[in-house]
Design a protein around this ligand. Structure first.
Ligand code: GLC
Length: 799
């Protein structure tokens, strides 16, 4: 036991010798002589949870991050005792727990190689100011180890040599290396000797990670309170680590409606109604596809949430309906601060029902945001979330708003040090009452969750759409997100690229940046280059702050408009491809964007790459992030890649120059891929899809591709009404074979697949479809390598 004299000694304390061990189903419990208890739960063969207490009892086991749908269960579990340690063996890993000091070490069960090993291991420091412990963990870095993840950190992909803080923060005009910013995702992947593992430190207090910065060979993490509670996730593939983390913290609860993957136009702010209409009309006149238009804070009456400024928007229902008829979905912003105004119904309800956050000694938490002095709902109380969700009835059900954008939910407070609530503010935390120190990082997540509940209820039978700025691990279950108030600079274009990749490898794929930059104004070139990157991000929206000039696709002259249109059109053509990638993410937790290291960790050249990434499964993209560029050098992962624009074939595993004038960007397709495309539409659903285009890229050898489709909205797909095409392509010297395996009960509106074959090394003479031979002349379309086949074919031989 810890005795008082030790408590007074400020410094690190450590577990002592293990005194007892017990096993209860999947949980092993080790108690030391000084009263420290370690619970190791075998969540899956490759996932272990480590949980420590220094007081002899554990607090209530509750986490906002872990989803109730997380997979559990293992194939093998064996525990044995040796002289100096306990040995836990699953089918994937072996974990040693040392008797002398409770340290642990984890090995690959296949080859016994070391994966992750405690240095000091768990230790702690008494928190004099607040009570409880500052909980700490340190581990040895292995030789050549690299680190990835941690959410939205605006830094290079590889985190080695850096220290970070997790404390969600309103960060207007942040820059490269600013830390912390809007999100707290305390999950990283370590990679050494070609093997990857992950650590998710599920602790919502202010936390820190040090990746060999303080000491070159040590990685550590700690938090200002709460428990040392982390999940160890073994790969060895990085994609498995991320998929398992995403399984633990949750995949999106439903697929997004297809239109949400279209292009979105936003500004602070479009008002009055005539301005909104002028913008939407211009999109249609100039034939630039767009699906969503945003109303920022000025649509409200004095920034009161759930109200309208009737001078600017005299009849919102009519306006939203008219926009809808033109294919535009209206999305509105809703912030957490509720204006203190006794004549305002939302404020009155919140007050009467005791829904607002209070300070430790009773007064309300009062803070200034856009509407002036506000109170803030305690979204950690389920009853408050319920109330909040019902506030959306009018907006969504009556007026027809299709999406809600949650902002300032860090929560941001103006004109105070720290830019947020003071530490002492109290929260319900699902009945586990606590202070803001513990609730801060999940406040925005719970607001987005409550908003999601409302949208889900009132949009039904359509799917909900929410965007949030603040997030903690698990927020991806409810909402999409953007990277906050960036700046119109070239550096920020590369930051946006890094952040989107990093969010994807942190389990949160539905992400994008304010295209063109929020603060300041881009020139046409920067805007065009940013759109080029943005169309390859899962969430694709231009947004900017009003006082920096216009930022619509036509604001920079005709040349730029043409480039922007070309790329937004490409996005719309690729919608079935992106939707399939989203389905893979929602089903299996596979990130939509893959940094090269995640795509091929075995190639060490990828470990420090930043700019190149894989969009979905088969498209390699690399933005131009410098002015006046005619192209750039980029690294090609191993394999063969077709230049998307010229069909020229490139061999991977090397760095090469790629031409890319302002109207182009380096985009490559993996050989063997089959890329589904729709025709260009001005908005999703504008056209009935009459055929599915498949761009087929010849390869000598085998490659598989998938196309997922459904009704593009609604929930029928959950009942099996989807269409999944699994293609296997086999290329030989004189033959190309495509096999299709179809599943799902959804009947696609089209009957034919239009195959456009690229890179075919022979001239087509005959085609055999499901064993029936045709002369190519009968199937051939314009062009030598284009043919139409019935969508349900099983087996196609091109000879
Ligand atoms: C914040 C948001 C920004 C929004 C502005 C006004 O700065 O990050 O996107 O436009 O507030 O609501």
């Amino acid at each position: 036991m810890i005795i008082n004299t030790e408590l007074e000694y400020k410094g690190n304390m450590f577990p002592s010798q293990i005194a007892s061990y017990e096993k209860d189903l999947d949980t092993l419990s080790f108690t030391t002589e000084n009263g420290v208890i370690l619970h190791i739960t075998v969540v899956r063969d490759s996932v272990l949870r480590f949980r420590y207490t220094t007081t002899g009892i554990f607090e209530n086991d509750f986490s906002y991050a872990i989803t109730k749908y997380a997979s559990r269960g293992y194939n093998h579990l064996e525990v044995s005792e040796e002289e100096d340690k306990y040995v836990i063996t699953t089918s994937k890993l072996i974990c040693h727990v040392f008797k002398a000091d409770l340290r642990s070490a984890i090995f690959d069960a296949k080859d016994n190689s070391i994966i992750c090993q405690d240095e000091l291991g768990f230790h702690w420091e008494e928190s004099y100011e607040f009570g409880g412990d500052i909980v700490k963990m340190s581990k040895n870095a292995q030789e050549g180890e690299s680190y990835y993840g941690l959410g939205d950190k605006p830094v290079d992909n590889n985190l080695k040599g850096k220290r970070f803080e997790n404390w969600v923060t309103d960060s207007y005009a942040y820059g490269k290396n600013t830390d912390p910013i809007y999100k707290a995702i305390p999950f990283y992947t370590g990679l050494h000797n070609k093997k990857a593992y992950g650590i998710f430190f599920d602790n919502t207090f202010r936390s820190f990670f040090d990746f060999c910065q303080e000491r070159r060979n040590i990685t550590s993490f700690w938090a200002q309170g709460g428990e040392m509670n982390y999940y160890f996730i073994y790969g060895p593939e990085m994609s498995e680590v991320v998929a398992n983390y995403t399984d633990l913290t949750g995949k999106p609860h439903e697929l997004p409606a297809l239109w949400t993957l279209g292009y979105h136009q936003c500004k602070w702010s479009y008002y009055p109604e005539s301005k909104v209409k002028e913008i939407t009309k211009k999109f249609r006149d100039l034939k630039i596809p767009c699906d969503a238009i945003y109303l920022d804070i000025d649509y409200m009456d004095g920034f009161r949430c759930f109200t309208w400024n009737k001078e600017y928007f005299p009849d919102p229902k009519r306006m939203v309906q008219e926009l809808k008829e033109d294919g535009f979905k209206t999305i509105v912003i809703i912030d957490p601060g509720i204006k203190i105004d006794h004549d305002y119904s939302v404020f009155k309800e919140g007050l009467e029902n005791d829904y607002f956050c209070k300070r430790a000694d009773g007064p309300y938490m009062k803070g200034k945001v856009w509407p002036g002095e506000c109170y803030f709902p305690d979204f950690t109380n389920p009853e408050v979330r319920d109330w909040w969700s019902n506030l959306f009835r009018e907006l969504v059900e009556e007026i027809g708003v299709k999406g809600v954008w949650n902002d300032m939910n860090e929560p941001a407070v103006m004109e105070v040090p720290g830019k947020t609530f003071p530490y002492d503010v109290r929260h319900d935390y699902e009945g586990h009452h606590c202070s803001h120190r513990k609730a801060h990082n999940i406040y925005g997540m719970q607001m987005a969750r409550a908003t999601y509940q409302g949208l889900k209820k009132f949009s039904y039978p359509k799917r909900p759409f929410v965007i949030t700025r603040a997030a903690y691990s698990g927020t991806q279950r409810y909402t999409s997100s953007w990277t906050g108030d960036n700046v119109a600079t070239w550096e920020h274009l590369s930051i946006a690229n890094l952040q989107a990749q990093r969010m994807c490898m942190s389990g949160f794929s539905f992400i994008g940046s304010d295209i063109g930059g929020f603060a300041e104004q881009p020139n046409g070139e920067l805007y065009a280059r940013w759109i080029q990157l943005g169309v390859f991000h899962p969430f694709c929206r231009t947004h900017s702050s009003g006082d920096h000039g216009d930022q619509e696709p036509w604001a920079f002259g005709d040349n730029i408009t043409d480039v922007v249109r070309k790329f937004i059109e490409l996005r719309y053509q690729l919608l079935p491809y992106l939707y399939t990638a989203f389905w893979r993410y929602a089903e299996e937790g596979i990130p939509i964007l893959k940094s090269l290291v995640l795509y091929d960790q075995h190639d060490t050249h990828t470990h420090y790459r930043n700019d190149e990434f894989i969009f979905g499964e088969k498209i390699l993209a690399c933005p131009i992030n410098e002015p006046n560029a005619k192209g750039r050098r980029m690294y090609f992962p191993k394999g063969e890649w077709y230049n998307f624009w010229t069909d020229e074939l490139v061999n991977g595993g090397q760095e090469l120059w790629v031409d890319a004038d302002l109207d182009s960007m380096p985009v490559f397709i993996k050989a063997g891929a089959m890329i589904p495309k729709y025709p260009i539409q001005q908005y999703v659903g504008e056209k009935e899809i009459e055929e599915l285009i498949l761009d087929v890229y010849y390869k000598e050898g085998k490659e598989t591709s998938q196309v997922y489709e459904d009704a593009n909205d609604g929930y029928d797909y959950i009942k099996g009404r989807y269409s999944l095409r699994n293609f296997t392509l086999t290329g030989r010297e004189n033959e190309l074979i495509i096999q299709q395996h179809k599943s799902g009960k959804y009947t696609t509106p089209y009957e034919t697949l239009k195959l456009r074959i690229h890179g075919l090394p022979f001239k087509i003479k005959t085609v055999k479809i499901d064993k029936v031979e045709y002369s190519f002349k009968d199937l051939k379309l314009n062009g030598d390598n284009t043919l139409e086949v019935h969508k349900d074919f099983n087996d196609l031989h091109i000879m």
